[in-house]
Design a protein around this ligand. Structure first.
Ligand code: UD1
Length: 369
């Protein structure tokens, strides 16, 4: 693991390994260092009581290939010395792909948690990471019904007698739902945030939005319209977006927004702080995968700040709206989403025991070999 959402997913699985499978599974944690600022990494380990990593690299940031390659070189050395029976990778980051390549080339079974998701948009580095990781995995743990179907389309089927060339595929549900159910109880606001209600909770960090200044400006202009409609906007900001914002400082419209007291930019927040904000928010606007689902888990409508989502069931069940990246598209999606009523929760992401099912699947995989 190496990036913020992976720490959250690992917290769910790691606690089940420690508490319920300690006789069968021994886990060692490798932190690639992809995320390194304390607010992007340490805070999650402390708050979610994830054991300290057994191995911790200082990979840091870099170009896509450079970062992936650096992680690959270092993980391979650890796998060589530790000789693990299996390597678990989470999600779709560069750390995921690097771990999967290193392990599979050493004939170590790769267990992919959150397998089978597709946005069908290869401009996203995450889409490439997902496809490649799934195709070298031996045990694919799928969070949704759609993800199993996506894998079938690419010729990845379940084999009862699984081995390196014939993977096992199972539906487990989403580990983020597990941890959400365990932790969603906070009432207060995070200490450092002075939230005026009603407010919209927003996040923004996808490369396609931050590195494309037209998209970034469009999205910020949409936030200005949301404020004009009577809402505060709280935006816990990823460091990459903060850097890019400086490039728009001189655009009058953006300058006005940045000076508006109803536009509240904060440091990135911890997992529990995010849940507290979710509890009080009227609606969520985000380009992040995890937060789209957390909005649904907490019965809040969501505007997705992208043209598509790999969590398609949110759209199919009318609990989120695609806003895209134009100001008018986002503003119109915002008004539609305000009217969504998310009272009943269809069980789109399992029933909160995905981590248990994953551990059972791991034990079964090895018992058949
Ligand atoms: C990565 C994942 C993305 C995930 C996101 C969660 C990839 C390709 N992308 O994107 O899927 O949703 O993590 O946050 O793996 N930076 C810091 N401090 C940090 C980390 C990053 O300042 O601790 C800044 C650096 O300027 C860096 C930039 O953020 O260049 C991007 O970081 P990187 O890890 O490459 O990608 P994310 O955008 O975080």
């Amino acid at each position: 693991m190496g990036a913020r959402p992976q720490f959250i997913k690992a917290a769910a699985v790691s606690s089940v390994i420690r508490n319920e499978f300690k006789e069968q599974i021994r886990e060692k944690i490798l932190h690639t260092g992809q995320h390194y600022d304390p607010v992007m990494s340490k805070v999650f380990f402390d708050e979610l009581e994830i054991p300290q990593p057994d191995f911790h690299f200082n990979t840091g940031s870099g170009l896509q290939g450079e970062q992936t390659a650096n992680i690959l070189i270092q993980t391979e050395k650890i796998f060589e010395s530790e000789k693990p029976d299996a390597v678990v990778v989470y999600g779709d980051t560069n750390s995921t792909l690097a771990g999967a390549i290193a392990a599979s080339k050493m004939h170590i079974p790769v267990i992919h948690i959150e397998a089978g998701l597709r946005s069908y948009r290869k401009q996203m580095p995450e889409e490439i990471n997902r496809i490649l990781t799934d195709h070298v995995s031996s045990l694919l743990c799928c969070p949704t019904a759609t993800s199993i179907e996506n894998l079938k389309k690419e010729g990845i089927f379940h084999h009862n007698e699984a081995e390196l060339n014939h993977p096992a595929v199972c539906f487990t549900g989403d580990v983020m739902f597990d941890i959400f159910l365990q932790r969603y109880n906070g009432n207060g606001y995070p200490q450092n945030i002075n939230a005026g209600e009603p407010f919209i909770l927003a996040t923004l960090h996808r490369a396609s939005n931050t590195d494309n200044l037209i998209n970034l400006k469009n999205i910020l202009s949409a936030f200005a319209q949301v404020i004009n409609a009577g809402y505060d906007v709280i935006l816990p900001l990823h460091p990459r977006t903060r850097k890019q914002l400086e490039l728009l400082n001189d655009v009058p419209e953006i300058k006005n927004l940045l000076n508006n007291s109803k536009f509240k930019i904060t440091e990135p927040v911890s997992y529990l702080s995010m849940l507290s904000l979710l509890k009080h928010a009227t609606l969520v606007m985000t380009d992040a995968g995890g937060l789209q689902k957390e909005a649904f888990f907490s019965k809040k409508p969501c505007v997705i700040l992208r043209d598509e989502t790999e969590w398609k069931e949110l759209i199919e069940n009318n609990v989120a709206v695609i806003g895209g990246t134009t100001t008018s598209g986002i503003a119109s999606a915002f008004h539609s989403a305000l009217n969504l009523k998310i009272s009943d929760k269809p069980e789109l992401y399992g029933n909160g025991n995905a981590s248990l099912k994953i551990c059972e699947a791991i034990v079964k995989y090895f018992s058949l070999r």
